[in-house]
Design a protein around this ligand. Structure first.
Ligand code: KG4
Length: 338
């Protein structure tokens, strides 16, 4: 039975290649969580094909919503609001989830709450740790973003560092493709490097004076040069050691700046978020560095690191109780900032 005090949010996510719908209670408790992934389909092309992604979202979005309601044993009448990702992401893909959400709100009169996808990633931590409360620092690392965010409250976010060029996920995906691991590069590289020697190969490091910002394009180029150099000598790359060394190097840089940010702000609670936060090398380096400094570290359960709608429903809940409401004229914003 639904208590009057409980708030149920229906979340919809379609910013890239997962169509997802979820129902979350009070921002913290997943009631149902449906994800239809297109990854196998895009693998054939070596990456996400935007137009095909949009078409597949069209086919999947309503079955996902129906499934999420069915699994929760609920109807739209039991839902308090509809939360939907309206950016950042692929414009055609975003429009599918957004149109579905607006259609539901137009038909039922339910409030519409637009959610920033990156805010959603941060909220995946609330779903994994029911006691977690702001303030904390969050390293958001995904395919398109790398940022250190000061989470001041459930809805107040302040970016204190960002990448000046590539995202960490891009630096992983590109090199994974070059060494033949294919798409999706992150999880494949993670598996390939298990048990490898993290000291065997060395890569460049970008030094940005007096800044907590990141730069990954030079590191990516140094990895490409290393690969080409090895090939030109007619030698073979040791994939296990190479991927272990590369991921460890990226993880060390991400941890170094995040630890510096903790030191500068005096915030001793750190969360990880976004697809790359599933990376085992990253988690290990952060575990070690946080322990050394007495920092409390949180990272979402593996299934909640990559795109899902439960995190959107959670972020939608905090926005909803903070009074956020969007009109039915809400548009997709492909390069939406936090
Ligand atoms: O957050 P996400 O699912 O989508 C975006 O909003 O971008 O992140 C996708 C990124 C991709 O770059 C993917 O390769 C990476 O997350 N990723 C990983 C792992 N799982 C996903 N990277 C490293 N190790 C993983 N285990």
């Amino acid at each position: 039975m639904k208590s009057d005090k409980d708030i149920y949010i229906l979340g919809i996510e379609s910013s890239c290649d997962e169509t997802a719908c979820s129902i979350v209670k009070n921002g913290r408790e997943i009631v149902s969580n449906i994800i239809a992934s297109q990854a196998d389909f895009h693998e054939e092309y070596g990456g996400v094909v935007p137009e095909l992604a949009s078409r597949m979202h069209v086919d999947a979005v309503y079955p996902c919503i129906e499934d999420a309601l069915k699994k929760a044993d609920m109807t739209l009448e039991d839902v308090d609001a509809v939360a939907v990702t309206y950016g950042p992401g692929l414009v055609g893909a975003l429009l599918v989830g957004l149109s579905a959400a607006k259609g539901i709100c137009a038909a039922t009169g339910l409030p519409l709450v637009g959610v920033n996808h990156l805010h959603g990633h941060i909220c995946a931590n609330y779903l994994s740790f029911p006691e977690l409360e702001p303030p904390f620092l969050c390293l958001c690392v995904s395919g398109g973003n790398t940022q250190i965010v000061e989470v001041k409250s459930y809805t107040e976010l302040n970016i204190i560092a960002k990448t000046r060029d590539d995202a960490a996920g891009e630096a992983i995906d590109k090199i994974a493709r070059v060494i033949g691991l294919g798409y999706p590069g992150g999880p494949k590289m993670d598996r390939a490097g298990q048990g490898g020697d993290v000291t065997k190969y060395t890569f460049a490091t970008a030094h940005l004076a007096d800044s907590l910002d990141f730069s990954f394009s030079g590191i990516k180029t140094s990895a490409l040069n290393l690969i080409n150099g090895i090939k030109m000598k007619g030698e073979e790359i040791d994939i296990k050691d190479f991927t272990a060394s590369y991921q460890h190097h990226l993880a060390t840089i991400l941890a170094k700046n995040t630890m510096k940010a903790s030191n500068m702000t005096g915030i001793k609670k750190v969360c990880l978020a976004g697809g790359v936060s599933a990376n085992s090398f990253l988690r290990e380096v952060f575990d070690i560095e946080s322990k050394k400094r007495g920092i409390e570290l949180f990272y979402p359960k593996l299934g909640l690191c990559t795109d899902n709608a439960a995190m959107i429903a959670s972020a939608g809940y905090f926005e909803y109780i903070n009074g956020t409401r969007h009109g039915l004229d809400l548009n997709a914003v492909p390069s939406l900032k936090l």
